[in-house]
Every structure is written in C-alpha cells, then in structure tokens.
Ligand binder design. Structure first.
Ligand code: NAD
Ligand code: ZN
Length: 464
C-alpha cells in the first residue's frame, strides 16, 4: 500500500505497449463493490477468496499485461504459485513512512487506518513480498530494466560467477583490448565453474563469418553452459549470435564496456555478423539472460568511443523528449537503457514501435557503407540525425544535435551512398521508410517521402 504500484504500473504498461490491470479496480469492476465495501460487508477472508480467484484469472490471461497487485494479494499461496509460474514479479521498494504518508487513512483503505498497525503489517508481509519477487525496483526505469534482465553492478567482472545464471560452464568472448584492461585470461577463476576465454579481433572485424566459425569450433559448453560477451557492441553482437546458433541456442550474458553497448547494442536481443555486402545481414533475435552494466568500465574508454555512444544517447533523448545528454553518465546510461529496453520488450521483433530507434540510421548506415565501414557508427548517426530532423522540419532538435555532436560532412561517393540507402533493411520496394520527429518525444516511423527530398537530405551530409 502506498508504494506507487498503480501510478508506476500504468507508466510501465504505456512504455511496454501493454494492457494495464490494477487488481483492486478489476475486483471492483467484477463484483460491483469497492474493496472497502467488500471488507465491511463480507470480512477479510471472503475478500481474499475473491481476490485470489480474480488474480488467478488475470494471471492466466493469454495476452501479456502489466498487473498492479493489491498489498495483500501475495498472502495467498495459490497466487504466489501462479506468480512464480506466469509472471515476472517486481517488488516496489518504498520507505514505510512514505507509504504511510501516501496511503494512511487516505481513502478509507481498511488496512491503513492507524500508523503502528500499518507498519506492523508491512513488516509481517515483507518476507512474502521477498519470496514472490524476481527483482526489486523503486521507479519505472528500474522496473523496465529488471524485466529486461539489465542489472547495474560496480566491479561486474569480479562478480561474473554470481552474475551468470545457472551453475554450468562459462565461456567468455572478449577482444584483446578489453581482455587486457580487465585481466581476463584463460586462467581467470570463476569459483568451481569451468571457464574459457576466447579472444576475438577488436572492432567491426569481429563481426565476420570466419571469426564466428572459429568461435563455434572453439566452444566446448553444453546447453547448461553460458556464453559471456564482454566488450563493445561488436563483441556482444558476435557473442550473442554465437550463443543463438551454437547447439541451436545456449544462454548468454552481455557485459557491455562501451557507451554504445551500455545504452544500445547490448540491449534488446539483436545479434548479428556482417557480410561483405552489408552490416548485420546475418543474425538472430536472442535475448540475453542478463545484461550487466558496470559504469566503471567506461573510465578507460577513449574520447572518440564516448562520442560514438553520445550519438545514440542524443538520439534516445530526442525520442524521449528529454535532454538526457545533460545527465551525469551513469544516469544517462540508466535512462537510455531503460527506454530502449521498454521498446524492445514491447516489440521484440521490430515490427512496430521499436522502429523509432532507427531515427537517423537509414542515412547513417548509407554513409557507413559508402565509407567502406571506415566511418565510426556514432559519427554516421550524428549526420543521419541531421538529415532526419531536417526532413522533419524540427529546427530545435537540429540545434541540439549540432551543439552536442558537432557533426561534420563526410567525403564519400554520393552515388554509392544513395545506392546503399536503397538497400537498407528498412527499405520496401526501393523506397526507404524513414523515422521522423516533428516534436520532441513524438516520433513517427514508416514514413515515405519523395525520393528527391531524401536524396537532397543525404547529399547535404556529404562533403565535396
Ligand atoms: N545489437 C544491437 O542492437 C546494436 C545496436 C547498436 C550498435 N550495434 C553494433 O555495435 C557495434 C559498435 O559497438 P561499439 O561502438 O561498442 O564498438 P566496439 O565493440 O568495436 O568497441 C569499440 C572499441 O572500444 C574498445 N573498448 C571496448 N570497451 C573498452 C573499454 N572499456 N575501455 C577501452 N576500450 C574499450 C574495443 O576494443 C574497440 O576497439 C556495431 O557493429 C553496431 O552495428 C548493435
Ligand atoms: Zn546505432
């Protein structure tokens, strides 16, 4: 009571594009009486029986939903069993004093009439809450992050054993830079668990079929094992795809060590390698069992790599309609990661709202391809944002991008870039489908614009 379940539940449902069910409201709807009326008329045991039956029906509904339970719902063993079977359950943490301030005596809640009794009830129920909880959170971002399996941990690499689900063997994939910085070697001890480290090339060359094949041949785990991708987006894309395909799929954990990885690449389950004809052309959706974000790992990141990540963060801020780039780095990462995670949980296969994350990317990818992938993704995205916002007629956002990212035109072949844009994964029948942003926080996707306008916007990003 008073933890904010209804407010935060509705907010999380909006972000996930799911139905919201407030169990108390559902009880009132189905019985035609308020919770207080049922308590007064029939007594608590009768109320609990009704609550248990309605909770069972809500939890058995085939359509996924965000459900706010009542404060006493978990008193029922049957409901706790249904939660364990059917739900991901988040315990919303709240200071008892604050909960009392919100719920105490407010709207005649039958169990919130005097403060000592309210606190006693909280202490009495806490073990049951803990037993039912798959995760703890205190705000909407925290709920979404928990649901996506994203945890923030300082010193993550020393805690890998604890942070890798299961008890089977672990195989770590890392590039030489990252393995060196973190002292990840084949001798790394991980409790009693078998562990091997596979070193892969740094950067985009890791995402090659030949590297993937070497990795497949080197892996020794069975289905009880876990692949850990430790590094930037190139490493986690490769490791995730190896995990998606090895033995027809084994679990994997992402430990992103770049800003690009922490705000974007390690989140949402897209994994891939490149073909000579284009980036990410062979891949799979394979959701990581866990994403462990250690803000400390960013301390060794070169300035240019931070800039690449900022391009994705600015993109996210524009989609959110919030200047996230003004936040301290750990908060920026948390806000961006939870935004992406929410979209990906709601649209795991990129058939709807997840499309908005492509803002600026249709142009950016075309420039990257025209540059033979020598252009850093962040620089390409910064330019792509300029084109998309210009086509959106959004001067304010354009100014923010210019100020934060200072994009400079690139020297690439215009015809090659235009041809690459026509081959974009989001292009249908030769016409690109663009993400636009007319107002902050209000993106639209699937937009078809006249080819001449799109071409002019692309040309404006290219230096002579
Ligand atoms: N799967 C997705 O949803 C998704 C989303 C966005 C981007 N991506 C992919 O991510 C890739 C780009 O990722 P990236 O920018 O992280 O590149 P990256 O993995 O190549 O890392 C960049 C460089 O930083 C080094 N590095 C990594 N962590 C470091 C650290 N903590 N300290 C010092 N150096 C460190 C790496 O060795 C590498 O040289 C692209 O291939 C892109 O397609 C995937
Ligand atoms: Zn990107």
């Amino acid at each position: 009571m008073g933890a904010g379940k209804t407010t935060l539940g509705a907010e999380v449902a909006r972000r996930l594009g799911r139905r919201f069910v407030d169990l108390d409201v559902e009880i009132e709807r189905q019985t035609g009486a308020t919770v207080e009326e049922i308590f007064a008329r029939d007594g608590e045991p009768a109320f609990r029986a009704t609550e248990e039956a309605i909770a069972a029906a809500v939890l058995d509904a085939p359509e996924p939903a965000v459900v706010a339970l009542g404060g006493g719902t978990v008193l029922s063993a049957a409901t706790r069993e249904a939660l364990a079977r059917r739900a991901f359950t988040v315990l919303l943490e709240v200071e008892p004093a604050l909960a009392w301030e919100r719920a105490g005596n407010a709207d005649g809640r039958p169990l919130a009439l005097d403060e000592p009794a309210f606190h006693a009830l909280y202490v009495e129920r806490l073990p049951l809450y803990e037993q039912a909880a798959d995760a703890h959170a205190h705000d909407a971002d925290g709920i979404v992050l928990a649901a996506a399996g994203i945890v923030a941990r300082i010193g993550a690499i020393d805690l890998l054993e604890e942070l890798t689900p299961g008890t089977g063997p672990v195989e770590i994939v890392a590039d030489g830079n990252v393995a060196g910085i973190h002292g990840v070697t084949a001798q790394l001890a991980l409790g009693d668990r078998h562990i091997a480290v596979h070193e892969v090339p740094a950067g985009e060359p890791a995402k090659a079929v030949a590297v993937l094949e070497r990795l497949w041949r080197a892996l020794r785990i069975g289905r009880d094992g876990t692949v850990v991708g430790l590094g930037g987006g190139c490493t986690t894309d490769l490791a995730g795809f190896a995990a998606a395909t090895y033995l027809r799929g084994v679990p994997w954990v992402a430990v992103p060590t770049t800003l690009v990885g922490q705000v974007d690449a390690a989140i949402g389950g897209k994994t891939a390698v490149d073909l000579p004809g284009g980036k990410n052309l062979v891949g799979a959706f394979h959701w990581p069992a866990r994403v462990v974000v250690d803000p400390g790992t960013l301390e060794t990141l070169p300035e240019e790599e931070l800039g690449n990540g900022m391009a994705e963060a600015v993109k996210t801020g524009l989609l959110l309609g919030e200047p996230v780039w003004e936040l301290p780095l750990p908060e920026l990462v948390r806000r961006c990661a939870s935004f992406k995670a929410g979209l990906c949980i709601g649209d795991p296969y990129d058939r709807g709202a997840r499309n908005q994350l492509n803002l600026g990317h249709t142009f950016g990818h075309a420039l990257e391809a025209a540059a033979g992938y020598a252009l850093p993704h962040g620089r390409a995205v910064a330019l792509g944002l300029v084109a998309a916002l210009r086509l959106s007629g959004n001067e304010a956002a354009l100014a923010a991008v210019r100020e934060q990212l200072r994009p400079l035109p690139v020297r690439v072949d215009r015809e090659v870039a235009w041809a690459a844009l026509a081959r974009d994964k989001k292009t249908v029948g030769g016409t690109p489908r663009l993400v636009l942003l007319e107002r902050p926080g209000e993106p639209s996707w699937g937009n078809e614009l006249p080819a001449a306008d799109v071409r002019a916007a692309l040309d404006s990003l290219i230096a002579d």
